[in-house]
Design a protein around this ligand. Structure first.
Ligand code: SF4
Length: 882
């Protein structure tokens, strides 16, 4: 019998609630949004909706292994504990490290942090959240004295002006974007400003888009501070009563007059004036910012430049107002709560305060607690490369893909004496380098809590029994801690015990001195933990039901109780474009993929929107560098290179290119953007500058291009360039090569692994075209298209043939002519992932039925009527073809 379980989405920081109808016997689940969850009220985006397609066991890591040999938990855990103890004994505690992830649950994170900082005695516990929002953490700490997100999602409905800064919210936090769209529809006077060098899908609802020069955000917000200061639009009472340092911050912004800012940011002065005027004259303003601000070598300053403007005008701590950091990962916030970054200790306490160190040591009963920060991510992998860190344990993340200068990270792990990786996926670029692999439970098996961008703690609940021999991360850590002779401090048998201890530590000697306080949960029973409803911290004696907004009382967590202005001097990025590397590389997320695709690439429907790594480039630059639409290009930086499909678009500024962050060596031969990204970091937050790497670009002109569609996954591909895409009952391989094989049939056999094929072939040697199809009992097994001209049909018609048990004669003929049979329409690239509606289908409907709005397209085709993530693209098609 099916059971309904409420849990949370494991992807982005919106933290949507899910209502899962679980068929445990058949290990399948129907996913719906949880109507009662305050983060999404039933809405889900394309990724969340497709979660049911990601739980298959194929590709899962199911058994521990040691040096490539499968083993049992006892041997694997003994080895990890022994090697860590041995390394510590020989080289000291700083010779070992843990590198975690915003995918871990809070309970997992708590145990990892306690083990490393409290008992191993090193600060070397860092996390991939360092790449995501550590600049926000540092900016909050400088301004507020604590890492506090002041507001909540409900503020979208109260705001009169919402500014999206360095955030493609439409794709990266889609349910929040839909909520903002709905707020604007309900209140048309709500203004939306998008500040981003790219014209992204988020501009769909913008009243104003400021395409500022990459990296110039601090100028823009210094200019705003200067503007409100000179226009007498500050709030002197608020400044006087609740802040310090205003005069210094204003003086630092003195040179940021409006024309100077327009020049530095390369934006239209009238648009700039309009934005400043809107901010100055609007009472309720929210500034939502994300990686475009954080991932910078001056990200912390940019965060404080934004916060300064809110403090100067008192637009903070009240409904509809405040700076709001959109966290990237599902539990980045939970990681911050437990001290998951290497400079943090635990429960929003730091190494910077000796009283905090003493307090946490007493609470944990530790005599060997670390007393200084450990290494942040980039420095940590440098230290591994240099042989200073000799044993590392990587949990639930893929640094060989995601860290900057990723080829060096790969070399670092190749050199490292002892690499442990715990993950739920067997084959990743990082698991390939592990000496010990530990199978962790996946999303649908894990039990614990996560915290979203608005400080809301929600339960993630197990839907299924663990796959194979997979274990919870907290259990794996506890077992290793016990083997390292810390059993007294690590007695955990269940997540609720860890949650209680975490809650108790948050309230320990707190007395209102620290923002993070969930002491009301310190004695929570198993039953209440199981029933826990989404709640925003703090949750303590004063706020037993949680608290939607902080700083409404004008009280901050600095020694004086006042918020701090930070005087900002805008600084240049770590490396500027030059004659060798004249373009600026920007990186970011796609609508339907998540991080390094280990889960989203399993869901066929999520792979059809953007199937290949691509590079977006302005038409002028494309002409300058001889690039053609849909051709291939090589992008090269001082650190590495990649190959990507060219997308020429006016949404890029001249001099800028954009590549998505997701592709790995498992999915593409040359798609790892991390190999190019520079390793410059922010001096305060240590967050890498993933949005600004100087690069050069040139056309890559292979001798031939082509694709294979096959019912079966291949083990080896011989072409110079390949991309693997999973579809509905097929795998798609996009290919290119520098050498023409002597015999295409032999090549086809080699690549498809078919030994006795009955291929039907078509070859035009003069034009360089080769096509082949393999059918068994009239069921399509594989089809190959090769061309020297790069002229191919849309793949969607061909891929639709794989769901058929038998092809008719016309379809079989069409396979070799390379064109759909008469009357069969090609749906084109998928726009609406929820209902599988292609671009061609939408264009035809617009034209034939005279559709004029996305609502009409929705009525006609259903496209855009579920998660709404594709609405901006539908509107673009209406604009171009209506
Ligand atoms: Fe998941 Fe999408 Fe919600 Fe983010 S917006 S939590 S990815 S459903």
């Amino acid at each position: 019998m099916n059971q309904t379980i409420q849990t949370t989405c494991p992807y982005c920081g919106v933290g949507c609630g899910i209502s899962a109808q679980v068929d445990a016997a058949n290990r399948c689940v129907t996913i719906n949004g949880d109507d009662s969850h305050p983060a999404n009220f039933g809405r889900l985006c394309s990724k969340g909706s497709a979660l049911g397609d990601t739980i298959e066991l194929k590709g899962r890591l199911l058994q521990p292994s040691v040096y490539g040999r499968e083993t049992n938990w006892t041997e694997a855990l003994d080895l990890v504990a022994d090697r860590f103890l041995d390394t510590i004994q020989k080289y000291g505690p700083d010779a070992v490290a843990i590198y975690g992830s915003g995918q871990l649950l809070t309970e997992d994170y708590y145990v990892a942090n306690k083990l490393m900082k409290g008992f191993i005695g090193s600060g070397n516990m860092d996390t991939n959240s360092r790449l995501c929002m550590s600049s926000s953490v540092a900016g909050h700490k400088r301004a507020f004295g604590a890492d506090t997100v002041p507001g909540c999602y409900e503020d979208y409905e109260h705001a009169e002006l919402i500014i999206l800064i360095g955030s493609n919210t439409a794709w990266c936090h889609p349910v929040s974007f839909q909520r903002i769209r709905a707020a604007k529809e309900a209140n048309p006077s709500l203004k939306i400003v998008v500040i981003d060098p790219r014209r992204t899908a988020s501009c769909d609802i913008a009243d104003l888009h400021l395409p500022l020069a990459s990296g110039s955000d601090a100028w823009l917000f210094n200019g705003l501070l200067n503007y409100v200061g000179h226009a007498s639009r500050t709030n002197p009472t608020y400044i006087e009563q609740h802040t310090e340092g205003f005069a210094e911050a204003l003086a630092a912004a003195e040179n940021a007059g409006i024309s100077q800012v327009a020049e530095q940011c390369r934006v239209n002065i009238e648009d700039l004036q309009r934005f400043y005027e809107w901010f100055a004259t609007t009472d309720k303003v929210m500034s939502l910012y994300s990686q475009g601000i954080n991932q910078s070598s001056s990200g912390t300053d940019k965060v404080n430049a934004i916060i300064n403007c809110h403090l100067a005008t008192g637009k903070i701590g009240k409904p509809g107002s405040g700076p709001f950091s959109l966290t990237g990962q599902p539990n980045a916030m939970g990681g911050r709560e437990v001290g998951g970054l290497s400079h943090q200790l635990a429960a929003h306490m730091d190494f910077a305060n000796v009283d905090d160190i003493d307090r946490v040591a007493r609470f944990w009963g530790s005599r060997q607690i670390a007393t200084k920060p450990g290494l942040p991510a980039v420095d940590l992998f440098d230290a591994i490369y240099d042989g200073k860190v000799k044993a590392v344990w990587i949990m639930g993340t893929n640094p060989v893909v995601s860290l900057p200068n990723a080829d060096k990270v790969k070399q670092a792990l190749q050199r490292c004496e002892f690499v442990v990786v715990s993950d739920c996926i067997a084959n990743t670029d990082t698991t390939a380098l592990a000496h010990v692999l530990l199978p962790a439970q996946g999303w649908s098996e894990k039990d614990g809590t996560v915290t979203n961008s608005e400080r809301r703690i929600s339960r993630q609940r197990a839907l299924f029994k663990p796959a194979g021999n997979a274990k919870p991360d907290w259990w794996i850590l506890t077992q290793v801690a016990q083997r390292m002779r810390f059993e007294q401090a690590f007695p955990y048998q269940s997540p609720v015990e860890i949650f209680r201890e975490h809650a108790a530590l948050s309230g320990f000697e707190n007395n209102g001195s620290r923002d993070f306080d969930i002491s009301a949960f310190a004695d929570i029973t198993q039953e209440n933990y199981d029933r826990l409803q989404p709640t925003q911290w703090p949750v303590n004696q004063q706020y037993p039901q949680g608290r939607a907004r902080l700083f409404d009382d004008g009280r901050f967590y600095t020694p004086s109780g006042k918020a701090q202005f930070i005087a900002i001097t805008p600084s240049a990025p770590g490396m500027l474009p030059n004659a060798d590397y004249p373009l600026i590389l920007n990186t970011g997320r796609l609508r339907d993929q998540w991080h390094t695709m280990t889960r989203t690439a399993i869901a066929a429907k999520l792979n059809q929107h953007k199937p290949e790594p691509f590079v977006e480039i302005h038409p002028d630059d494309a002409a300058r560098y001889g690039l053609i639409q849909n051709g291939l290009a090589s992008i090269e930086s001082r650190w590495g290179e990649m190959l990507a499909r060219v997308q020429i678009t006016g949404s890029q500024l001249p001099g800028n290119v954009f590549v998505p962050m997701h592709w790995t060596a498992q999915h593409a031969s040359h798609g790892r953007m991390g190999a190019l990204v520079n390793p410059f970091v922010d001096p305060v937050s240590k967050q890498p500058e993933s949005k600004h790497t100087p690069v050069r670009i040139k056309a890559y002109q292979p001798v031939w291009q082509g694709f294979i569609l096959s019912r079966h996954e291949f083990t080896a591909i011989t072409s110079a360039y390949w991309v693997k895409i999973k579809g509905e009952q097929f795998y798609r391989y996009e290919l290119a090569g520098d050498l023409i094989p002597n015999d295409w049939l032999e090549w086809a056999n080699l690549n498809t692994g078919v030994t006795a094929p009955q291929w039907q072939e078509y070859q035009d040697t003069a034009k360089g075209n080769y096509r082949a199809a393999l059918l068994v009992d009239n069921r399509l097994e594989s089809v190959i298209f090769i061309s020297r001209q790069n002229q191919f049909p849309e793949r969607s018609w061909l891929t639709s043939l794989f769901v058929k048990t038998e092809l008719d004669k016309t379809e079989r003929m069409a396979l070799l002519t390379g064109l759909p049979p008469q009357g069969v329409n090609d749906t084109g690239a998928i726009v609406c992932a929820c209902f599988n509606i292609g671009e061609q289908t939408i264009k035809t409907a617009i034209k034939d039925q005279g559709l004029t709005s996305h609502q009409e397209v929705g009525c006609c085709l259903k496209a855009g009527t579920n998660c709404g993530s594709c609405v901006p693209e539908i509107k673009l098609l209406l604009l171009e073809h209506g």
